[in-house]
Design a protein around this ligand. Structure first.
Ligand code: SF4
Ligand code: SF4
Length: 483
């Protein structure tokens, strides 16, 4: 008889396998091919954009930033060459984000995770870090051997050089990224001379550390476990999306082969595992389409380099419509206009672009916002007249001072009183600072004895005294009094 309860949980012993496998360091093999060439070209373009764009200069006149691309949080402006986006025009940035997101959906529907495999900063910077590792520690076999070797002076030296280079690239990337938000020459000089503020140093250290960790240590773990995109990118694919896949009907049954042997009655895969060894996420594409696959196409390059050696056609692993892997025969590719998701994504992008174009066309160099005081909304004065107070925000997008006159229409015998008119010489003119928002407090008074309704629509009208240009804004005058 046993004293063990029938449903007790058996304690785990150290000899039993754990539910969790420790992650294995992946050392991808170098490979040549069309996909590798495209990835390298995109990596160079990305590096050049990050490193050089903040240094481009753009003359905007005295007293204005001369950086071509600048997100100036202090002045609350985004500058793109000749275009300047104000906080009031944030919908432009929203539009750009909508187009970028839907554009990503569209590209995914067309070519699977091609963004992840070729252009995502995580992929690009991981590629750079692996390239450095390869330069310092040697190719895949040398790196595997070095990892297994006991610690020695030579191994320590290689690791120190590699991590030093990774840190240098990380700090350079971090500083270059931050130059998009600060004047690049001033910030670079400050960082190098020790005169930069603690905040800038802190951000450089933070983003540098994150780059080092993500591209040096996390690598494919970031794509597999942390990035949400693989979880829902499958919803963007349809049967005609072109993805990297293994032609199972042609490749199986796989077996090792000798150069010159016949492939009659057997599969074309020679089981060399080159496609596995080059894979940056360490999967076997022959197991089918997998969530971990970032669509980089390096396995296709590897297999394409193997096939000719055996006199076999390339494209055993390659880009083909998704349906080809799921069905016995390849489904004919539908034209784009018979793929509803492409039409929907394209339509959203076009509508957003049109909206931005219309908004851009209506952009005014002189604009205003009128904010009605909420508490109290209206005041009855001792003579029976009623007063409403407003905050007037004058938006002057010109780089010159404007002199303006304010009129309020829609209120019979209404009187307008603007505070702070001491800024002008004549005491009647509103002065709007150049390329800035200028605030005024405005009181509108309706004489006693008028019988109009409780809420009267009124219109504020600003007139530029030099050009006659007008800007109007509708608001209300509320006559229900509060004491
Ligand atoms: S399976 Fe191929 S396409 Fe997918 S991540 Fe690996 S190498 Fe890239
Ligand atoms: S590289 Fe091609 S031949 Fe070699 S194992 Fe992969 S699929 Fe088979």
């Amino acid at each position: 008889m046993t004293d063990q309860a029938p449903h007790s949980i058996k304690p785990t012993t150290s000899s039993e396998s754990s539910l969790y496998a420790a992650s294995q360091r992946i050392h991808p093999r170098k490979v040549k091919g069309a996909n590798r060439t495209a990835k390298t070209a995109i990596a160079w373009i990305s590096i050049l954009i990050v490193a050089l764009v903040p240094w481009l200069r753009w003359d905007r006149g005295a007293g204005h930033p001369d950086q071509a691309v600048l997100f100036d949080f202090v002045a609350m402006r985004a500058h793109f060459f000749n275009t300047e986006i104000w906080p009031q025009e944030f919908y432009f940035l929203t539009g750009i984000l909508v187009i970028a997101s839907i554009g990503l959906f569209l590209v995914t529907a067309l070519y699977g995770r091609v963004w992840c495999g070729f252009a995502c900063p995580q992929t690009v910077w991981t590629d750079i870090f692996v390239w450095i590792e390869d330069m310092v520690e040697g190719d895949r076999n040398a790196r595997l051997k070095l990892d297994r070797a006991p610690w020695s002076a030579g191994k320590i030296a290689k690791k120190v050089v590699k991590h030093g280079a990774w840190l240098a690239v990380s700090l350079f990337t971090s500083a270059s990224f931050l130059f998009f938000f600060n004047d690049a020459p001033t910030s670079a000089k400050g960082l190098l001379t020790g005169e930069a503020g603690i905040v800038l140093y802190g951000f450089v250290a933070f983003f540098g550390f994150m780059t080092y960790m993500m591209a040096g240590w996390a690598r494919e773990q970031m794509c597999i476990y942390m990035c949400p995109w693989p979880r829902f990118q499958g919803a963007m694919l349809d049967q005609d999306s072109v993805v990297v896949s293994y032609d199972e009907r042609r490749g199986e049954g796989r077996a090792h082969a000798r150069v010159g042997q016949s492939f009659e009655g057997r599969g074309h895969c020679v089981d060399c595992r080159m496609c596995v060894q080059v894979c940056p996420v360490g999967i076997d594409i022959r197991d089918g389409i997998q969530m971990e696959c970032i669509g980089c196409g390096l396995c296709a390059d590897a297999c394409d380099s193997v096939m000719p050696r055996f006199g076999l056609p390339q494209n055993l692993v390659g880009w083909r419509p998704f349906a080809h892997t799921a069905a016995e025969t390849a489904t004919p590719k539908r034209p784009w206009h018979r793929r509803p998701r492409l039409i929907v994504y394209g339509a959203i992008i076009l509508v957003t672009l049109a909206g931005m174009a219309v908004a851009g066309g209506q952009r005014k160099l002189l604009d205003m916002n009128v904010l009605h005081d909420r508490s109290p909304v209206s005041v009855m004065l001792s003579d029976g007249s009623i007063r409403n107070d407003y905050t007037l925000k004058i938006i002057n997008r010109e780089r010159a001072v404007r002199h303006l006159r304010l009129a309020v229409d829609g209120l019979a015998d209404g009187q307008v009183e603007v505070q702070d008119l001491g800024r002008s010489n004549d005491g009647r003119t509103l002065v709007a600072a150049p390329d800035d928002v200028t605030l005024y407090r405005v009181s509108v008074r309706r004489p006693a004895g008028q019988t109009a309704g409780d809420v009267i629509p009124v219109e504020f009208r600003l007139i530029d005294l030099a050009t006659g240009q007008e800007s109007t804004r509708s608001t209300t005058f509320i006559s229900g009094s509060e004491q």
